[in-house]
Design a protein around this ligand. Structure first.
Ligand SMILES: *[C@@H]1O[C@H](CO)[C@@H](O)[C@H](O)[C@H]1NC(C)=O
Ligand SMILES: *[C@@H]1O[C@H](CO)[C@@H](O)[C@H](O)[C@H]1NC(C)=O
Ligand SMILES: *[C@@H]1O[C@H](CO)[C@@H](O)[C@H](O)[C@H]1NC(C)=O
Ligand SMILES: *[C@@H]1O[C@H](CO)[C@@H](O)[C@H](O)[C@H]1NC(C)=O
Length: 672
């Protein structure tokens, strides 16, 4: 062909844009794709907007194709969906002389890799006379992505359609064509070419979809939900990790804690300080008596003098001004009350005798002091003798416990707010069309299952001091799940889903995280019992207002209630700890003595639910809670610990010492 550029006409099909052209964002976006193409193969001859009208669309196409100097390419955008007015494919299809299903396929597979909504697209591509016509979706993003997916093949296709001599076109051989199209064949295996495809790469700096840099074996991906059950994996593509490896990845990907200012009140329990705290005030804030007695002003000798003294005033433990105490008189004072200015010491009431009453007989008039051994400062708590203002009373990293002491300390020194680590908000979402709310009235229909996981996990999260959010039940439809996840992340930092992580064909969770949301799955299988299909993923979202990038975590736990609960305590809990600055994270490990024999699993380490009690001897004993099947949440009744059983050890006997992870408090003790 000549040096002159190929011509492209763009047709925007939209009722809205045809009424107000300035609402159209597609035309400029598509024009930009052609203009920024480094090879500059196409010049845009026209951008036209028409309403969703068959006649208008057909008129535009014929006008550009049915004459001696046709355009090489017509791109339409819009009207390809399922809505009543969507009729672009119906308008274009009868005009096509040769259908180009390969281009349609290329666009669809590129879009499906981005969103399952691509299933709803009905693109058409083909040649009329000597012009190639392609219909793109109506969203600027979708249209642009589709066009970019095929752009590199278009010059060659258009040249052929325009009647170029195909022998002349193929003069450089297939290799030349591939190079023109941005494909580089880097190896040939048994007659098949393996391409390094740059279509999705970084082309001349403009940002395209990411290129994977690892081989697929080292970077497994979930099932493609559009592929159908016959093409699903028959074994999990994710490598089996040990529990320790899984915990390590969780720690690596849990975002570091962020600091927030919080009021000092009961809601602070469970928080960890993000900064040292200094006392605002001294304690006590005034000189206070530590006994009931009489404040005195010592003579220059520095010791009390026995004798009878008039009671000049009274100081109770209450706020207000007090007059100064003169030497030779005394002030009655109660425990904790402020000393009058001028007083040096307090004489205990036990070391005095009442000598006379006031005339009305209601008050003490004179009191005799019986000791001459009281020295300066005796029976007085000096200002700041407990805590000095400005002194560091708590350190960064220390927690506010439910015991109460830390909150009391903060309260006592006038600290009204502190910097603590933000505690993550945890959402709980059940998935599966078979799941019904646990409190739904009426009998279950065949196949229905009451939602046990959601109430169980919400309870566990709140019980461990974190804010839980009930996100309900999401259906097994791809769009519904994606929608539920997107909504969830506007509210929560961490999302727990249950169900949908096994190998079933309806298990859409992993594909939705990876393909629809662009998340990363860090692991999808753990060598443990129960909980093997536990999945952990993270994704980075942009805060729409601040633009800041926020990491959100997803724990996809198995649908079986006992498995989900074990995995919450084992995997989610430590992540919540780390996110809120609690260290060391996770359940405390103790050694317990078995009350009865337990069998270990041959292949996998097992987390066996037990009730741990402390006996009189102070030693911890563990009693199994019975049948451990992963669907049986009853194995959690009365359980306060998970016994860590090694794989393949056969039976462990009564009296053996085993590690256990404590989930709850050890309640009371049973007589040995
Ligand atoms: C056309 O659309 C633009 C951008 O949405 C808007 O600012 C303008 O008011 C619209 N004009 C009319 C006549 O509706
Ligand atoms: C284009 O195709 C139409 C319909 O098949 C035909 O009537 C017309 O003559 C063609 N025009 C040219 C210039 O080839
Ligand atoms: C003071 O009054 C109390 C009761 O009003 C009385 O019991 C006491 O004996 C009186 N003491 C003196 C020293 O008058
Ligand atoms: C251990 O469990 C068994 C059966 O569940 C029960 O009969 C027994 O009393 C329990 N022992 C202790 C020490 O709790």
């Amino acid at each position: 062909m000549s040096d002159s550029k190929l011509t492209a006409a763009i047709l925007i099909v939209s009722d809205t844009a045809s009424q107000n052209a300035s609402t159209d964002r597609c035309g400029p976006a598509l024009k930009e794709v052609f203009e920024s193409d480094e090879r500059g193969s196409f010049a845009v001859s026209e951008v036209k907007i028409v309403p969703d009208s068959t006649e208008a669309i057909q008129h535009f196409i014929k006008h550009n194709t049915d004459h001696a100097d046709p355009v090489n390419l017509i791109i339409t955008s819009g009207g390809t969906g399922f809505a009543v007015k969507d009729s672009t494919p119906e308008a274009v299809s009868p005009l096509i002389h040769k259908h180009a299903t390969g281009l349609v396929h290329a666009m669809l597979s590129a879009s499906l890799a981005i969103t399952p909504f691509a299933m709803m697209a009905r693109p058409i591509a083909g040649v009329r006379n000597s012009t190639l016509i392609i219909t793109l979706p109506g969203s600027p993003k979708g249209a642009k992505e589709n066009l970019e997916a095929i752009l590199r093949q278009l010059p060659h296709a258009c040249q052929q359609a325009a009647g170029a001599d195909s022998r002349e076109l193929h003069v450089g051989g297939v290799t030349q064509l591939e190079q023109d199209a941005g494909l580089r064949r880097f190896m040939t295996v048994k007659g098949m070419s393996v391409y390094n495809c740059e279509i999705y790469g970084h082309v001349h700096g403009s940002h395209k979809a990411p290129v994977p840099h690892t081989k697929s074996e080292s970077h497994p991906q979930s099932n493609d939900p559009n592929a159908g059950p016959s093409r699903r994996y028959r074994s999990s593509p994710y490598p089996m990790l040990s529990v320790d490896e899984a915990l390590q990845l969780i720690q690596e990907h849990t975002p570091s804690s962020k600091a927030v200012m919080r009021l000092v009140d009961e809601a602070l329990v469970g928080s960890v300080l993000a900064d040292d705290v200094k006392a605002v005030e001294s304690v006590p804030a005034f000189r206070a008596s530590i006994v009931d007695g009489y404040a005195i002003k010592l003579p220059s000798s520095g010791k009390s003098v026995k004798g009878i003294y008039p009671v000049a005033m009274i100081s109770h433990a209450q706020a207000g001004d007090i007059a100064s105490l003169e030497e030779g008189s005394i002030a009655r004072i109660t425990t904790g009350a402020p000393l009058p200015p001028g007083a040096d010491a307090v004489v205990m009431v036990e070391d005095t005798v009442l000598k006379s009453n006031t005339t009305d007989g209601q008050e003490e008039k004179d009191v005799e002091i019986l000791t001459d051994e009281i020295v300066r400062g005796e029976n007085i708590r000096e200002v700041g003798s407990d805590v000095q203002a400005g002194e560091t009373i708590m350190k960064k990293g220390e927690g506010i416990t439910a015991i109460g002491g830390e909150l009391g300390l903060l309260a006592s020194v006038g600290v009204r707010q502190v910097l603590v680590y933000h505690k993550p908000v945890v959402g709980v979402l059940s998935t599966g069309d078979e799941i019904v709310p646990h409190d739904r009235l009426g009998d279950l229909r065949l196949g229905e299952v009451r939602d046990t996981n959601r109430p169980t996990l919400l309870t566990a999260i709140q019980g461990s001091g974190f804010k839980a959010m009930d996100l309900g039940i999401a259906s097994d439809k791809p769009g519904a799940l994606e929608e539920a996840l997107r909504t969830a992340f506007t509210h929560v930092d961490v999302l727990i889903t249950t169900g949908g992580v096994s190998m079933g064909e309806l298990d859409l969770l992993k594909p939705t995280i990876e393909r629809a949301l662009g998340g990363t799955i860090h692991f999808g299988r753990v060598n443990m019992k129960p909980g093997k299909p536990t999945t952990f993923a993270s994704l980075v979202l942009k805060n729409p207002t601040s633009g800041a990038r926020i990491t959100k975590l997803i724990f996809s736990l198995p649908g079986n209630p006992a498995s989900a609960t074990v995995c919450y305590h084992l995997f989610v809990f430590p992540s919540l700890h780390t996110a809120s600055g609690i260290s060391p994270p996770g359940l405390p490990k103790v050694t317990v003595i078995l009350e009865s024999a337990v069998r270990c699993d041959k292949g996998r380490p097992e987390y066996h639910r037990v009730a741990v009690t402390a006996k009189r001897d102070g030693i911890l004993y563990a009693n199994s809670t019975g049948m451990q099947r992963s669907s049986r949440i009853g194995s959690f009744k009365s359980a306060n610990a998970l016994l860590c059983l090694p794989a393949g050890k056969g039976m462990l006997s009564k009296g053996d010492k085993v590690d256990a992870l404590l989930m709850g408090q050890i309640v009371g003790y049973i007589d040995a």
